[in-house]
Design a protein around this ligand. Structure first.
Ligand SMILES: C[S@@+](CC[C@H](N)C(=O)[O-])C[C@H]1O[C@@H](n2cnc3c(N)ncnc32)[C@H](O)[C@@H]1O
Length: 240
């Protein structure tokens, strides 16, 4: 596997991500353990109306936003939406918000936090319109799998925060991780796998998608990507 922190091919880059702001890369650790004590405290939610120019726009959440390029581009492609990235490596978040400011984007924000600890307290119920979890850290060893981002508690939180019919898009190049993410969402009765239970999604099922950094790297190496596309059930079918 290539190191996602190294510069990756940018064949699909169509949006304003200048060489200047791409090349000033923050130095960061490759992985952090989300179960470490220093990541165990939930952060206080910001005042959202201070963060976004228009908080009434639909909100798209990217969990594990890393260097932030995916939502940086999506925020420019879809100015009628707000975009939020959650990332556990603080220097990346600082750099992302700096780039956001340089580009003057008022519909984009990144927060340093452990999503597994902080997400539940960050947003109110039914305020989230879309979520993406793309190429999460794989944590291959069995004893380390509790460190994976997609856990039943996170999925239950998302079921509460998402609006009815909101899309959920998951991707991984690691088959076991994709299976695990799919099974964890399918085990929660508030989500429907649009490809049918036990299936992965076809290639381009998620609307208006721009490839992430990791996705570009994997595709350029000719490796497979496993995708899961789900929807949060309508409210009248919600199980609480
Ligand atoms: C392999 S990178 C994928 C980056 C990006 N989504 C992409 O597709 O290019 C996974 C990211 O998730 C972050 N991460 C891991 N656990 C996290 C957690 N509990 N909360 C927030 N971010 C987390 C990691 O620091 C890393 O930046």
């Amino acid at each position: 596997m290539s190191n996602p922190d190294l510069p990756q091919p940018e064949a699909n880059l169509i949006i304003n991500v200048t060489n200047a702001n791409v090349s000033r890369r923050a130095r960061v650790r490759e992985h952090v353990n989300p179960l470490a004590k220093k990541y165990s405290t939930a952060i206080a939610p910001p005042v959202w109306t201070d963060i976004y120019a228009d908080w009434s726009k639909p909100l798209s959440l990217d969990i594990g936003s890393a260097r932030g390029r995916y939502i940086l581009q999506m925020a420019q492609l879809k100015p009628h939406w707000n975009f939020l990235g959650l990332e556990i490596r603080e220097p990346l978040v600082d750099r992302c918000n700096q780039v956001r400011d340089e580009l003057g984007l008022s519909n984009l924000h990144y927060i340093f936090c452990n999503a597994n600890v902080s997400l539940a307290g960050l947003l109110s119920k039914n305020t989230l319109h879309e979520v993406t979890i793309q190429f999460p850290d794989p944590w291959f060893k069995r004893r380390q799998q509790k460190r994976r981002t997609v856990q039943p508690e996170l999925v239950a939180t998302l079921a509460e925060l998402l609006v009815a019919d909101a899309p959920v898009f998951l991707q991984s190049d690691v088959y076991e991780v994709a299976l695990d993410m799919r099974a964890t969402f399918e085990a929660n009765e508030n989500f429907i796998n649009l490809a049918g239970v036990g299936n992965f999604a076809d290639d381009h099922t998620f609307p208006e998608h721009i490839a992430t950094e990791r996705e570009n790297s994997v595709i350029s190496q000719g490796l497979p990507v496993y995708r899961v596309y789900l929807k949060r059930k309508p409210d009248d079918l919600l199980i609480v």
